[in-house]
Design a protein around this ligand. Structure first.
Ligand code: HEM
Length: 413
C-alpha cells in the first residue's frame, strides 16, 4: 500500500451545513486521500511548477511602500503583511484584485477575514447541532453564513468569467505570471482517468484551500522574518549587503529576475531559520492509521490518530544547538543542518508526497518582498517593543502568528 494511503488524513465532521465545510467544500488537495488526492495533485503540480509571478509580487511591494511611507511612527507589520499576502493570492490565484493593501476595510477582505477567523468558533465547533439545526437562533453566526454565501457567489462568478475568457481567447501572458486558476484549467486537460479535469465547484474548493493555506502562513513568516532582521542588526546588514550586490544600490525600486532571486544564499538561510523558529504550521494535519501497523518497532493500532509536532522538532535541543537562538549559519554550507542524521528533523513545509505544494510560490513571494524592503528601509525595534526579549506568539487554532509586531522603517531612498 502507498505510504500516504496507510495514514490517510482524517477530515472530521463532514456535514455540509457547517460554516467550516461550506467554506472548504467537499474536499480539496490538502484533505483528500487516495485516488482523489492523486488526481488533484497531478492537476495542481504543473500549475504550481509554472507559476512564478515575480512582477506581481514586486508591484505589491511597491504598493506596500506607499502605506509604509504614509505611516507615522512604528508600523503594524502583521497587519500590512496580511494585506500583502491576501492581495498576492487574490491576484496570483484568481487574477482578482482584492486591493487589501489600498483598502483594508474593503467588502471582500472584511468578508474573507470575518469568515475565516470564525471557522473554529466556540461553541459551534463542540456543539455542531447549534449550527446544523438551530442556526436561526444565532443571528451572529447566521451573519457569517451570509458573508460566506456572498464570497461563494464571487468565487463562482470569477470562475465562470475566467472559463468564458479562456474559451474566447487563450491568454498570451507568460506562464510564470498567469494566475493559478488559468493554469489549473489549462493543466486539467489530460486524457487519463487521474487527470479528469476539475469542474467549477472543484476548482472553487482548490482555490479556497490555496487562499487559506497560502496567505496566513506566508504573512506570519514575513512578519517574523522582518522582526528577526530588526532584532539582529548584524544579520540585517549582511542580508542587505547581499541584496544590494545582486540588485544594485540605485535609489529606486527594481523588479528582480528569476536568476537574481537564485543568487541570494544568505537571505535563504535567514528565511529557513525564520520558519525553524516561527513555523506557522505547528503540527501536521491529523492522520489515521488505515490498519494495524508497525513503525520503527512501535505498534500503531488501526484508527489511531497521528500527527507530527513540528514545533517540538524545531526546538529539540538534542537536534539543534541553542534552539532558542536565531542563527542563520545553521543553514550555511557545512552548517549544522547539513550534517543532521535526518532531514525530517526540520519540517516547516511537511515532507514526502504530501509536502506543501505552495512552498516555492511562498519562497518566491518572501524573497521578492524581503529584498525590496531591505533595499528600501532600515528596520529597528521600537524602544518599548514587547518583543525585546524574543518574539512573542499569538496562537489561534490554525496557524501560529507573532503578537502585534510593530517596527520602525527608516527609508534609505
Ligand atoms: C510559509 C508558507 C507556508 C508554510 C509554512 C506551509 C506549510 C505547509 C505544511 C506543513 C504542509 C503539510 C501539511 C500536512 O502534511 O499535514 C502544507 C501543505 C499544503 N500547502 Fe502549504 N505552506 C505554506 C505556503 C503555502 C502556499 C503559498 C500555498 C498555496 C498557494 C500552500 C498550499 C498548500 C497545500 C494545497 C497543501 C496540501 C498539499 C497536499 O496534501 O498535497 N501552502 N503546507
Amino acid at each position: 500500500m502507498h505510504l500516504s494511503d496507510m495514514f490517510p488524513k482524517s477530515v472530521g465532521n463532514a456535514d455540509s451545513r457547517l460554516l467550516i465545510r461550506r467554506f472548504f467544500g467537499e474536499t480539496d488537495l490538502a484533505l483528500a486521500n487516495g485516488h482523489e488526492w492523486r488526481r488533484r495533485r497531478k492537476i495542481a503540480n504543473p500549475a504550481f511548477h509554472r507559476s512564478m509571478p515575480i512582477k506581481l509580487f514586486s508591484n505589491l511591494a511597491i504598493k506596500a511602500f506607499e502605506q509604509i511611507d504614509k505611516t507615522e511612527g512604528p508600523l503594524d507589520v502583521n497587519n500590512l503583511m496580511t494585506r500583502v499576502t491576501l492581495d498576492a493570492i487574490g491576484l496570483a490565484g484568481f487574477g482578482y484584485d482584492l486591493n487589501a493593501i489600498g483598502t483594508p476595510d474593503g467588502e471582500w477582505v472584511d468578508a474573507y477575514v470575518d469568515v475565516t477567523e470564525h471557522l473554529l468558533e466556540f461553541p459551534y465547533i463542540f456543539l455542531p447541532v447549534l449550527e446544523t439545526h438551530l442556526l436561526n437562533f444565532f443571528p451572529k453566526r447566521r451573519a457569517k453564513h451570509e458573508k460566506l454565501t456572498k464570497l461563494n457567489n464571487l468565487f463562482e462568478e470569477i470562475i465562470k468569467r475566467k472559463r468564458e475568457t479562456l474559451t474566447m481567447k487563450p491568454t498570451d501572458t507568460d506562464d510564470g505570471e498567469k494566475d493559478l486558476l488559468t493554469l489549473l484549467i489549462e493543466s486539467g486537460r489530460g486524457e487519463d482517468e487521474d487527470s479528469e479535469p476539475l469542474n467549477d465547484s472543484e476548482l472553487r474548493d482548490e482555490l479556497v484551500i490555496y487562499f487559506f493555506a497560502g496567505h496566513d502562513t506566508t504573512s506570519c513568516t514575513l512578519s517574523a522574518a522582518l522582526y528577526y532582521l530588526a532584532a539582529n542588526p548584524a544579520i540585517q546588514k549582511k542580508a542587505r549587503q547581499e541584496a544590494l550586490e545582486v540588485l544594485g544600490d540605485e535609489a529606486r525600486d527594481v523588479v528582480p529576475t528569476a536568476d537574481q532571486l537564485k543568487k541570494l544564499p544568505y537571505l535563504s538561510q535567514v528565511m529557513k531559520e525564520t520558519v525553524r523558529m516561527a513555523s506557522p504550521v505547528v503540527d501536521l494535519i491529523t492522520r489515521k492509521a488505515a490498519e494495524d501497523t508497525e513503525l520503527e518497532g512501535m505498534v500503531i493500532p488501526k484508527d489511531t490518530a497521528i500527527t507530527v509536532d513540528i514545533a517540538a522538532l524545531h526546538y529539540n535541543d538534542k537536534v539543534w544547538k541553542n534552539p532558542g537562538v536565531f542563527d542563520p549559519e545553521r543553514f550555511a554550507d557545512g552548517g549544522e543542518y547539513e550534517s543532521m542524521a535526518s532531514k525530517y528533523f526540520y519540517l516547516p513545509f511537511g515532507g514526502g508526497a504530501r509536502q506543501c505544494i505552495g512552498m516555492n510560490f511562498s519562497l518566491t513571494e518572501q524573497r521578492v518582498l524581503l529584498t525590496a524592503i531591505l533595499r528600501k528601509y532600515e528596520l529597528s525595534l521600537p524602544e518599548d517593543s514587547i518583543h525585546k526579549d524574543g518574539l512573542q506568539f499569538n496562537s489561534n487554532l490554525l496557524v501560529l502568528s507573532s503578537k502585534n509586531v510593530t517596527l520602525e522603517f527608516k527609508p534609505r531612498y
